[in-house]
Design a protein around this ligand. Structure first.
Ligand code: NAG
Ligand code: NAG
Ligand code: NAG
Ligand code: NAG
Length: 501
C-alpha cells in the first residue's frame, strides 16, 4: 500500500536515486507493513543459521499441475523442548520480504521461550526470495492469491510434522501482523486440523472497494494529537487548491514541495493532481499508521511521529499552513532519500508494470497492488468527510491504476466481484473461529476493517487504546503504554490456555 500495509525497510539504500519510487502505496510501506523488530543482541546470528528452502506446489487447486518451486523459510529450535516435541510457532510471511530478525526477537519469541516452542517463519509466495515463477507477468500472478498462500502453509505444516518428527499431539500456533494477521485467522478457519490457535494482529478481514474509513482514523489521530493540527492540515490543503488555479501559484508549489516536474505542464492531467494529493496525504498516513511503534533502527521514518508532524503544522513561524505542509513533505523526502517529489502518474504506472524480478517494484509493490486489485481492494480514498486532503483521490483513482497496471479487464466490475468472492470465502467480519485472538490498535487505520470487539467468547478481541499497526508484535520496551504491556500478557496467557486443551 503506497505508504502502508506491512513492511520492513531494508531496501532504501538501493533506491536513493529513484524519483519515481513511491514509499507508501495503497496503505503499504516499501518493504511491507510489518517492520523489523529492534536490533538488540542479534549480531551473534547470521541469516544462514535460520534460512531453509523447501519444495512447494505451484497450484494447490489443480491436481494436473505438478510444477514445483522453492519456498524459503526460517527455523529456530533454540527454545524447543526436544523431548516433548509438541509446541510449534509459525510466523506467517506477508506482503514483503521475510526478515530473519524475527527469529530471535519480538513478542512471539518471548512466548516461545515460555512455552518451549519450535519457531518457523514461512515467506509468502511471490515476495522476498520466494519466486514461484520466472517473472511477475499477469499470467503468472494468477498463482498469487491468499488461498494459495494458505495452502502453502498447510502443506508446509504437514511436511514439517514428518521431517522434524513432531509428536502426534503437536500444537501449531500461527502468528501474523497486517495482511498475515488476516492469514493467521483464515488459516485457523480453513485448516483447524493443522493449526491449533492464532494470534491475528492488525488484520483487515473485510474486503472493501472504498476504504474511506482509513482517513476517518487518520482524521481522529490528528485531532487527538491536536485539534489545531487537524485544522492546519485542512487549511494547508485549501491553500494548495487556491495556488493550483493560476500559474504563479503553480510555480510556487513546484518550489515549496520540491516537485520533480513543473505543475504548470501537467495541470490538465487529473491523474497527476490526484497522485500529488495522495502523496501528501501519505506523508501523514505513513507516520500515523506506525506512530511510536518499536521499529527503531530499521525504519526510514525512524523517530518521526504524529507529534513531530503536528509540531510543524502548528508552528506559525514557518509561515502559512501550506508552507508547513511543505516542511512535512521535505521531512519525508529526506527520510527516504528522495531528491524531489515525483508525483507523475505515468512514472508510477510504468514502474508498477515492470514484470522483472529485478525491478524496484518487485520488492512487493507490484505484487501487493495485484492482490488489492484481485482480492481485497482496501482503496484508501479521500471520500471521508470532513476531508483533510481534498477529494482528489476517490476509489475510482485506484481502480484506474488496476486497469493501467494489469490491463482493462481489471475494471470496477471485476474488482467488485473479487471483493465479493473474498468476503464469501472467508466470511469477512462474520468469521467463525475459536482459539484466535484479534489484536488491534486505535491509532492504526486498519482496525476499521478488523474485529475490535469480542463477538465469540473463544475468539476474543483486544483493542489497544493509543497504539499503531502491529504494535503488540514488536519487542517490549519499558516505556510501552500500560495497555500494550497488558495486551502482550493477555496474549501469552491465551496461548497457554490453548496449549492446555
Ligand atoms: C531522530 O534520531 C536521530 C538519531 O537516531 C537524531 O539525530 C534526531 O535528532 C532524531 N530526530 C527527532 C525528530 O527526534
Ligand atoms: C518553529 O519553526 C521555526 C522555523 O523553522 C524553528 O526555528 C522553531 O524552533 C520552531 N518552533 C517550535 C516550537 O518547534
Ligand atoms: C524493469 O526493471 C529492470 C530492472 O530495474 C530494468 O532493467 C528494465 O529495463 C525494466 N523494464 C522495463 C520494461 O522498464
Ligand atoms: C469491465 O470489463 C469487461 C470486459 O472485460 C466489460 O464487459 C465490462 O463492461 C467492463 N465494466 C466496466 C464497469 O467498465
Amino acid at each position: 500500500m503506497r505508504f502502508v500495509f506491512l513492511f520492513c525497510l531494508l531496501f532504501f539504500a538501493n533506491f536513493e536515486n529513484s524519483f519515481a519510487w513511491k514509499t507508501f502505496h495503497n496503505g503499504r510501506t516499501v518493504g511491507g507493513n510489518l517492520g523489523e523488530p529492534h536490533h538488540n543482541n542479534f549480531m551473534k546470528n547470521d541469516i544462514n543459521d535460520f534460512e531453509r528452502w523447501f519444495s512447494q506446489n505451484l497450484d494447490h487447486f489443480n491436481p494436473t499441475e505438478e510444477t514445483k518451486w522453492q519456498q524459503r523459510y526460517f527455523v529456530n529450535d533454540e527454545f524447543f523442548d526436544n523431548k516433548a516435541r509438541n509446541v510449534v510457532f509459525l510466523q506467517i510471511g506477508g506482503e514483503g520480504e521475510a526478515s530473519d530478525k524475527w527469529m530471535t526477537q519480538g513478542a512471539w519469541i518471548d512466548y516461545a521461550k515460555e512455552y518451549k516452542a519450535l519457531c518457523f517463519q514461512l515467506e509468502h509466495r511471490f515476495y522476498g526470495k520466494s519466486h514461484p515463477t520466472r517473472d511477475l507477468s499477469v499470467k503468472n500472478l494468477q498463482y498469487l492469491t491468499s488461498q494459495q498462500a494458505l495452502a502453502d502453509l498447510a502443506v508446509f505444516i504437514e511436511k514439517i510434522n514428518v521431517q522434524y518428527e513432531l509428536s502426534p499431539d503437536v500444537k501449531w500456533i500461527a502468528f501474523g501482523g497486517s495482511y498475515p494477521g488476516s492469514l493467521a485467522a483464515w488459516l485457523r478457519q480453513k485448516y483447524p486440523h493443522l493449526v491449533h490457535g492464532a494470534m491475528s494482529a492488525s488484520g483487515p478481514l473485510l474486503a472493501q472497494l472504498d476504504f474511506k474509513d482509513y482517513f476517518r482514523v487518520i482524521n481522529e489521530d490528528l485531532k487527538t494529537t491536536s485539534e489545531e493540527c487537524f485544522k492546519a492540515v485542512q487549511q494547508g490543503t485549501q491553500q494548495i487548491n487556491t495556488l493550483l488555479k493560476h500559474m504563479v501559484g503553480q510555480r510556487k508549489l513546484n518550489k515549496l514541495f520540491n516537485l520533480c516536474d513543473p505543475l504548470e505542464k501537467t495541470i490538465n492531467n487529473p491523474m497527476d493532481i490526484s497522485n500529488f494529493f495522495e502523496t501528501l496525504a501519505g506523508n501523514f498516513a505513513n507516520i500515523a499508521q506506525y506512530n511510536k511503534d518499536n521499529r527503531i533502527g530499521k525504519s526510514a521514518t525512524g523517530n518521526i511521529t504524529l507529534d513531530t508532524l503536528c509540531n510543524i503544522m502548528i508552528n506559525q513561524t514557518i509561515g502559512p499552513q501550506v508552507h508547513r505542509l511543505a516542511v512535512v513533505n521535505e521531512l519525508t523526502l529526506e527520510a527516504y532519500d528522495q531528491k524531489c517529489l515525483d508525483y507523475k502518474y505515468d512514472n508510477m504506472i510504468e514502474d508498477l508494470r515492470n514484470v522483472s524480478w529485478d525491478s524496484e517494484q518487485a520488492e512487493g509493490g507490484r505484487q501487493w497492488t495485484y492482490q488489492t486489485c484481485t482480492e481485497f481492494a482496501f482503496f484508501q480514498s479521500s471520500a471521508y468527510e470532513p476531508q483533510l486532503f481534498g477529494n482528489n483521490f476517490p476509489a475510482s483513482f485506484y481502480v484506474q491504476q488496476c486497469e493501467d497496471i494489469f490491463g482493462p479487464k481489471f475494471n470496477e466490475s471485476y474488482i467488485g466481484r473479487a471483493i465479493e468472492r473474498t468476503n464469501t470465502l472467508y466470511g469477512a467480519l462474520d468469521i467463525q473461529v475459536d482459539n484466535v485472538v484479534f489484536v488491534h490498535g486505535s491509532v492504526d487505520p486498519w482496525h476499521a476493517l478488523g474485529i475490535t470487539e469480542t463477538k465469540l467468547a473463544k475468539a476474543p478481541a483486544i483493542y489497544i487504546e493509543g497504539t499503531a499497526h502491529c504494535a503488540n508484535m514488536y519487542p517490549p520496551k519499558d516505556d510501552d503504554l500500560p495497555q500494550l504491556k497488558a495486551a502482550r500478557k493477555e496474549i501469552k496467557k491465551l496461548i497457554g490456555t490453548w496449549l492446555q486443551q
